[in-house]
Design a protein around this ligand. Structure first.
Ligand code: GDP
Ligand code: MG
Length: 184
């Protein structure tokens, strides 16, 4: 798995990105929306770890994002260190209609800090922004927390496909920029 292939004139980029956040905030649907443009209303929380590889073109270069989904581990607060190993990006997700999922963000950030080094590109994602009528966390609160913690921030809707592509692409581009800066 993984590995870099050196070809004549080109390097292959493969970035591991993890999705974290409380159960049912929409992590699996963000991934299926991004990777397959699908939404699933009865997504079952399977046990185990899954990832999907998605190709994105940046500056004419093919970049592969290997995006990991907890697939239910988080339910038992038992996300393993293997899940985090080698991650260079993270989307930390809450549900804007569920305050408790926003309150958990600090805990998820701590967990990320425990398992990954500080250079991980992190984005705070307020998902389910289609549920405006039952919103419990304001846009302002999300923004403020992101600023305090030095995270990118975006509200998304996996259901309506709002900002999903953009959120992943911002993270992937930032990782790419960091890697190519380092290579100079
Ligand atoms: P996970 O446990 O974090 O992987 O969350 P899932 O992707 O399984 O989603 C949990 C529930 O929230 C499912 O019933 C989804 O249909 C629903 N859901 C996910 N994303 C959205 C969204 O953007 N808007 C709305 N309204 N529901 C969503
Ligand atoms: Mg899931």
């Amino acid at each position: 798995m993984g590995g870099h292939e050196e070809e004549a004139g080109g390097q292959e980029y493969l970035f591991k990105i993890v999705l974290i956040g409380d159960s049912a905030v929409g992590k699996s649907n963000l991934l299926s929306r991004f990777a397959r443009n699908e939404f699933d209303n009865n997504s079952k929380a399977t046990i185990g770890v899954e990832f999907q590889t998605q190709c994105v073109e940046i500056d004419g270069k093919e970049v592969k994002a290997q995006i990991w989904d907890t697939a239910g581990q988080e339910r038992f607060r038992a996300v393993t260190s293997a899940y985090y190993r080698g991650a260079v990006g993270a989307l930390i997700v809450y549900d804007i209609s569920r305050r408790s999922s926003f309150d958990s963000i600090k805990r998820w950030l701590d967990e990320l800090t425990t398992h990954c080094d500080t250079t991980v590109t992190r984005m705070l994602v307020g998902n389910k922004c289609d549920l405006e009528n039952i919103r419990e966390v304001s846009v302002e609160e999300g923004k403020t927390l992101a600023e305090e913690e030095g995270l990118f921030f975006m509200e998304t809707s996996a259901l309506e496909s709002t900002n999903v592509q953009t959120a992943f692409e911002i993270v992937i581009r930032e990782i790419y920029n960091n890697v190519s800066r380092k290579a100079l």
